[in-house]
Design a protein around this ligand. Structure first.
Ligand SMILES: [Cu+2]
Length: 105
């Protein structure tokens, strides 16, 4: 009787430890997927249609969360998960549809 009571406590402690480890893992995942925002200089945009094209093509990339583009300022601001997509990927996607792009400020 006393032995099974001890085992029950032991089992509870083990379960709590497993849950604790699992939540630590979730915490690590959160820090890995922290979002980065980068401004790109984009050349060749002349109107709202160009802005829409740039936004559409960049948004299609896996890991991109948010895109804004301005032809007047000749730039695009992209918020993305740097573990899934790189600035090179974003530049390549913009250049593929006929605009120039580079990491700016
Ligand atoms: Cu245009």
């Amino acid at each position: 009787m006393k032995r099974s009571y001890t085992l029950a406590i032991l089992a509870t402690v083990v379960v709590a430890a497993v849950i604790g480890a699992a939540s630590l893992t979730v915490g690590a995942d959160d820090s890995q997927s922290a979002l980065t925002t980068t401004v790109f200089k984009v050349g060749g945009m002349t109107c709202g249609g160009c802005e829409a094209s740039v936004k559409t093509v960049v948004k299609k990339l896996d890991g991109v969360e948010k895109v804004t583009a301005s032809n007047k300022e000749a730039r695009a601001t992209v918020t993305y998960d740097a573990t899934k997509v790189s600035t090179d990927d974003i530049v390549a996607a913009i250049e593929k549809i006929g605009y120039t792009a580079e990491v700016g400020e």
